[in-house]
Each structure stands twice: as structure tokens, then as C-alpha cells.
Design a protein around this ligand. Structure first.
Ligand SMILES: Nc1ncnc2c1ncn2[C@@H]1O[C@H](COP(=O)(O)OP(=O)(O)O)[C@@H](O)[C@H]1O
Ligand SMILES: [Mg+2]
Length: 230
């Protein structure tokens, strides 16, 4: 008898035979070839590989930021291939969070304003400011709400970025080398924080890293070499 489908084997993202080819001036470049994987709700998943192996491209496809040249992708039950950019953005809103190696904070906004951006509504609203302050407090930055990114260290900026990505309690957090610009000690603090925020929220984590130690902390691990899963 087939086991009952429980929440724990719910697939939140899936790639089937996914390829990505780009047209260069003189020829074509196969960035990804025949990628198939399933991401289960609530898991932590690492995608590791050398620089240039196609990790960022794969993450962008799984998150619906980019379209494949072959194969199919589903995200939170929706087939992405038939959705245009606006429809994909609508699907992601409030349900998908991102963290990047370079933090991607807006330089002229304070920490709390950067976090409030993720709530995509008027920053004046007290509820939004309050939620944003709470999110900053969860990453240990309550004292830094009014600081600009330039007044914070790399690790602090990444904590603001984490607060921004988690303030909406996303179903999935996609993180692209989130500790890549940080020293070893700061890097493990950020990783700890990211894992615990995902656990508390029940968010699935899809983490791209070339750091094997970090990849080893994840429930599921994929390794990519020259655009193929190995
Ligand atoms: N839009 C693009 N046009 C041409 N080449 C690209 C494009 N995007 C990525 N690449 C190339 O594809 C390869 C994989 O890139 P990327 O996914 O960024 O790798 P990683 O994140 O593993 O370092 C690299 O050689 C990169 O230069
Ligand atoms: Mg990359």
C-alpha cells in the first residue's frame, strides 16, 4: 500500500531534465545539463561545486528568477515554464526569500528600512516598522535599527539581509554563498543563525556554497561539476 502523503514528503521545488544554454557571440555555452532534483519541505539542502560550475544559475532557475532552455521546473506546486516574469514574481512574493553573498542591502536605507522593504508596503506604517524591528532583534541587531549598511560590519550586514529575507516567514529560503564574503568565525555565526531561523519558521533552505563544511551541515547534498549533478 502506498504510504499516506504527509507534509514531510511534500515537494516544494523540483527540476526535471533541466538545461540552460546561452548564446555567445561565436558559439553556445551549456551552463547546465540534464539536472533533475527534488526538494522536500522543511529540509536543508546544499548545492556545492567549484566556482563556475553553475550553482548560481541553478539556484536562479529553482527560485523562478530565470527560465531554463530545456526541462521543467516546479516551485510550490506551480509549473514555472508557463509563467511569465510577473506571474513568477507574484508566486515568489511573501513565500520565497533570498540571501546573497554580497548582502544586496540598499546603501541609503537604514537597517530597519531595508528589512521593511521586504514587506512591500508603506514604510511609515507602525506595524511594518514593528515587524521589521522584531526581525532585526531575532538576528541580534535591535541596537542597529537606525544604522546604514556602511556603518555595519559584513557579518552585521548579512544579518540584516537575513532579517529581510525571513521577515515574511518564507516557505523557502534560497541562499547563494551567504557566507562567501565573511571571515571564518563570522561565517559560522551567520550559518548558525540561518539554520536556526529556518528551523523556527519551518522554512526549507536551499543553500549554494563551495564550502564543504557548510554543505555537510545540510540534510541533503548535491554536488555540481561543469553544469551536471554528480
Ligand atoms: N548569462 C550568461 N552568459 C554567459 N555565460 C554565463 C551566463 N551566466 C553564467 N555564465 C557562465 O556559466 C558558468 C556558470 O556560472 P554560475 O552559475 O554563476 O556558476 P557558479 O555560481 O557555480 O560560480 C560560468 O562559466 C559563467 O561565466
Ligand atoms: Mg555563484
Amino acid at each position: 500500500m502506498k504510504p499516506l502523503k504527509t507534509n514531510s514528503d511534500h515537494i516544494v521545488a523540483q527540476a526535471v531534465g533541466v538545461g540552460k544554454t546561452v548564446q555567445l557571440a561565436s558559439d553556445t555555452l551549456d551552463i547546465l545539463q540534464d539536472i533533475s532534483l527534488k526538494i522536500t519541505a522543511g529540509r536543508t539542502v546544499a548545492i556545492s561545486g567549484a566556482s563556475g560550475s553553475g550553482k548560481t544559475t541553478l539556484l536562479g532557475l529553482l527560485a523562478g528568477l530565470d527560465q531554463p532552455t530545456s526541462g521543467s521546473l516546479t516551485l510550490m506546486g506551480q509549473t514555472l515554464n508557463n509563467l511569465d516574469e510577473d506571474q513568477r514574481a507574484k508566486l515568489r512574493r511573501g513565500r520565497v526569500g533570498f540571501v546573497f553573498q554580497s548582502f544586496h542591502l540598499l546603501p541609503n536605507l537604514t537597517a530597519v528600512e531595508n528589512v521593511a522593504l521586504a514587506l512591500e508596503v508603506i514604510p511609515e506604517s507602525t506595524a511594518i516598522v514593528e515587524n521589521s524591528r522584531q526581525a532585526l532583534s531575532r538576528v541580534g541587531l535591535s541596537e542597529r535599527c537606525g544604522h546604514l549598511p556602511s556603518q555595519m560590519s559584513g557579518g552585521e550586514q548579512q544579518r540584516v539581509a537575513l532579517a529581510r529575507s525571513m521577515v515574511v516567514a518564507p516557505e523557502i529560503l534560497f541562499a547563494d554563498e551567504p557566507t562567501g564574503n565573511l571571515d571564518h568565525g563570522t561565517s559560522s555565526q551567520i550559518a548558525d543563525l540561518m539554520f536556526s531561523l529556518c528551523k523556527d519558521n519551518g522554512s526549507t533552505l536551499v543553500l549554494v556554497t563551495h564550502n564543504r563544511e557548510l554543505a555537510a551541515r545540510c540534510d541533503d547534498q548535491y554536488h555540481i561539476e561543469a553544469g551536471r549533478l554528480v
